[in-house]
Write a protein that binds this ligand. Structure first.
Ligand SMILES: [Zn+2]
Length: 386
């Protein structure tokens, strides 16, 4: 919406633009803040703050929330808060058999979500468009208030050409153009394609209390595939060509099975959910396996703990490289709970450098879908707060 300020803003307007974002960020980070307080934090003049906040109110992004109760006598300033229904984001989590699509309001609260099963990814953009419009209509939102669409994908992403280069999970063609097609249908809406594990890591960093103060984080995401989200200095680290975090393709066995990527013994071949299920053919679902793991069935315990050991070796490799403040385990593997986590920690401590042994290894605590939640927050930050 800030792009509506002018096609090619002059430098003066650019300063205004960043001031607008700064003011919005202060309002967003508070639970009610006065204009005077914003002026004192930003050192901008009260007149400037007044005009910036009026602009945000006129755009429907901020509301006045009444008076703050001040014990001492004197002025009782009107507080400002983000208008949560003022704008919204669409967040998509691409998966092996379809996608999760969710609508989040301006405060990143979930409005609606659903899973869309796909038999082919050939017309991905068409399906995303249909379900986006359908959800907007059902939630009685206006398309004009759609600020951004984030697509979380398991796979390698070519940012310049806005496409998924390859994925060992998604049955998608290399020349996929779904981002461009979405842009054609939603001109003016910011559309971003981001690695799903990065978004999960971002959600953890932004929404989980114990992790909020941690600036350097490694998030291990284990489900059909295995990926990692890396947070450095509070931001998603994407690497030179956006290819950082391919944790699943760290080799833990040079004589191991050949991976879809061509290498041998990649973690993804020995430690994803499929690798566990392959060893336990008598069970149909991961839920069933998790139940038996709780009950310590020998065959299940052996298979799942072997997985934990592989993951611990992978974590040790990554920790030696990145020296993060904490490691988070997320994804479908969370179903095995603290018993599984403790196995990872036990194996990790056996091999970690002495200085690294005490790095906390934690289970993800994000509620709901971390990919779509992280996507909504990522878009909010990208559009309104940076
Ligand atoms: Zn591989």
């Amino acid at each position: 919406m800030f792009t509506l300020l002018g096609d090619r803003p002059s430098s003066q307007k650019l300063i205004q633009l960043s001031n607008s974002k700064l003011v919005f960020k202060l309002i967003n980070d508070s639970d009610g803040i006065s204009r005077a307080k914003i002026a004192s934090i930003t050192k901008l003049s009260p007149t400037t703050i007044s005009s910036l906040t009026d602009e945000l109110i006129n755009k429907g992004l901020v509301i006045e929330t009444g008076e703050k109760v001040v014990k001492s006598s004197g002025r009782r300033p009107i507080l400002l808060d983000v208008k949560e229904e003022g704008a919204f984001f669409v967040s998509v989590d691409l998966q092996e058999k379809g996608f999760n699509i969710a609508l989040y309001n301006l405060k990143c609260k979930l409005i609606k979500e659903k899973f869309v099963e796909l038999h082919s990814f050939h017309e991905l953009s068409r399906h995303i468009i249909i379900h986006t419009l359908n959800m907007i209509e059902k939630s009685k939102n206006e398309e004009s208030r759609l600020l951004g669409i984030c697509i979380g994908a398991p796979g390698l992403i070519d940012i310049a050409n806005e496409r998924i280069i390859s994925s060992t999970i998604l049955p998608i063609e290399e020349d996929n153009e779904f981002c461009k097609e979405l842009k054609e249908r939603f001109p003016g809406v910011k559309i971003e394609l981001v690695n799903e594990s990065s978004l999960s890591a971002y959600a953890e960093k932004q929404f989980v209390e114990r992790v909020k103060t941690i600036e350097n984080l490694l998030y291990i995401d284990i489900h059909t595939g295995i990926g990692a989200g890396i947070i450095i200095n509070g931001n998603i680290f994407r690497g030179a060509n956006n290819l950082a975090g391919e944790f699943g393709h760290i080799s833990v066995d040079i004589k191991g099975p050949t991976c879809k990527c061509g290498a041998k013994g990649c973690l993804e071949t020995v430690a994803n959910i499929k690798a566990i299920m392959k060893q336990l053919k008598e069970y149909d679902t991961i839920e069933e396996v998790a139940e038996r793991y709780d009950e310590s069935y020998v065959d299940v315990r052996v298979a799942v703990n072997k997985n934990a050991k592989y993951i611990a070796y992978g974590i040790n490799n990554a920790v030696n490289l990145l020296n993060p403040e904490a490691v988070i385990i997320g994804g479908q593997i969370k179903i095995f709970g603290y018993k599984y986590l403790n196995e990872i920690i036990k194996s990790y401590k056996e091999i970690a450098l002495s200085k690294n042994k005490d790095i906390p290894i934690l289970l993800s605590q994000v509620e709901g879908n971390p990919v779509t939640l992280g996507g909504a927050k990522y878009m909010l930050d990208k559009i309104l707060m940076r």
